[in-house]
Design a protein. Sequence first.
Length: 323
Amino acid sequence: MARRKKYIFNHNTLRFEEFKLLPWQKLLRVLGFLLSVVVIAGIFLLVFFFFFGSPKERMQERELDYLKEQYALMEAKMNDMSEVLDEIEQRDDNIYRLIFEAEPVASSRRYLDFKANRYENLYGYKNSEMVVNIKAKLDVLSNRLAAQSKSYDEVLVLAKNKTKMLSSIPAIMPLRETELRAITSTFGTRIDPIYKVAKTHKGIDLSSPTGTEVYATGDGKVAMVERKHTGYGNVITIDHGFGYKTKFAHLSKFVVFKGQTVKRGQLIGYVGSTGKSTGPHLHYEVLKNGQNVDPANYFYNDITPEEYEQILELSSITTQAMD
């Protein structure tokens, strides 16, 4: 098809003449066309990238979505692990350690107080909160697992020493039942026999004639043999290990010495009325981890459930102590 010619009216010649572009005019038209194409293409690309993103950005978004999905799965697994660990810790504190008379693991051992600046280097990024959150949870789980592992090591040692522990824990009455006249005062608040005011009675008073044999209530080592004219009078203290100690007061005579190893049921002394005492009796105490506890709870090898109930009933009545 032939190219259509263009004509323009020449006012000088008063004739229509064929219109022809000069080379530089043709160049300008071509450049203008190319520039228009570039501008329009640029606008389309900007609009496309603004609404749809660049290929690199779309790839990064897909990777970020994948990482967020994996983070959610990891967090769910850590929550499951935390629940399982909760149950393990409960069983450890309330079953295993209880069996071996051990104190529960302190919360401060399982949950360390991490410093606020521990995760400073993780901040300053778009997803810092997510990263810090997962790192903090991992640190807590890691510390709890370490504490639990150490606790099981301790329980294993206790299990290996179970026979020794069972023979060491106070478990019998320090007097023969046939020699016991009465339990004149039990553990708790009692009336002081001298000052006639309510005071804490740290042990139990067992009335018996002077010279009645007194026995060690568990295996251990004599920690103290003391002679006094005041207070508890003549006293023997036995360290049984495993956090237990027993104290025997107002004795008339000793048959053991400091540092001597004794066995449960071994004769250690005789009932008396020394120190601040109003009559022949044995004042007997049990201490666990340095705290006085009710000795009646440690007579289980010697008394029946009915006798134990009678002791508990007696302990609820405020009476006058004998020392």
